[in-house]
Design a protein around this ligand. Sequence first.
Ligand code: TYM
Length: 328
Amino acid sequence: MAVIFSGIQPSGELTLGNYLGALRNFLDYQDSDECYYCIVNQHAITVPQDPKELFTNTRRLAALYLAVGLDPKKVTLFVQSEVPEHARLGWVMTTISYVGELERMTQYKDKSQKRGDSIPAGLLTYPPLMAADILLYQTNYVPVGEDQKQHMELTRDLAQRFNRVYGEVFTIPEIKMGVGGARVMSLQEPTKKMSKSDDNQMATIRLLDDEATIVKKIKRAQTDSDNSVHFDKENKPGISNLMGIYAAITKESYDTIEQRYAGQGYGTFKKDVAELLVDTLKPIHERYNELIDSPELDRILDEGALKARETASKTYREVELAMGLHRK
Ligand code: TYM
């Protein structure tokens, strides 16, 4: 049985990218493996958050984790800040990280660019906290989208560095990317990834968008003037992105999709993509609405935090002993 860990930031409404790149893949492991799924609220505060919104988004994300089909009897679902070992090991990982390697992270470069002279230091030290999340559970596999590849490589480097200096404490984790959907692009600028924090509402499908909104967003998605459903990421990024979404949901190959839509133009294809999305998201909406105000949600998160702490505190104790951070 392998250990699986992944996390999502409660920093806004989840997108189709989060779903196809990560959340949906979390389900693959729950019957066979030991799974820890986390709401990483301490990562979210590396950029300013409105406290009320952060509070609400945390609860919403928990409901969504369950609404996609994660079973709390099989997986440990919890909030990062309720397991203090994350921040504690995060600090330790920061002390063995080099400023240069943190400055090279593309996510840091992108996010810090937007902040002028006031770059929060937490943006720079975000990856050591992510490493701590993963290493606390002696994780074997981390299902994430492609944008987390660099952070995962750093996590492995830090784990190896620690083990080399202080002895074998950590399991070295591996990244697991889904076959389709590892990188869903913006509907308006299809060379850029679809992101929770995009200001242009037309650029992202939100998991909780209603039917009319989904249809409108797909209809207005950027394409080219070819009007031929053909996969070519370089020259036809817009239609290729829609084909990627279609393929990720149906698990069909691009060849099959091209043949089906040969000579039919973008209108028909877009209508079908929208329909597929509506059908996929509808059952998630229904379960979400049942869960969001239920006391059950709190019970699940309380239990999750207790279970996570049990494992995390064992690893953290090993770290203290290895580093001489203990007194007794
Ligand atoms: P976050 O919250 O930005 O995204 C959550 C997950 O969604 C994936 N994702 C995408 N996949 C495909 N296409 C997209 N457009 C897209 N946008 C987002 C992300 O790859 C991710 O898997 N650093 C992480 C959170 C984190 C974490 C961890 C993840 C903190 N600690 C430990 C795994 C393990 C992040 O910012 O995810």
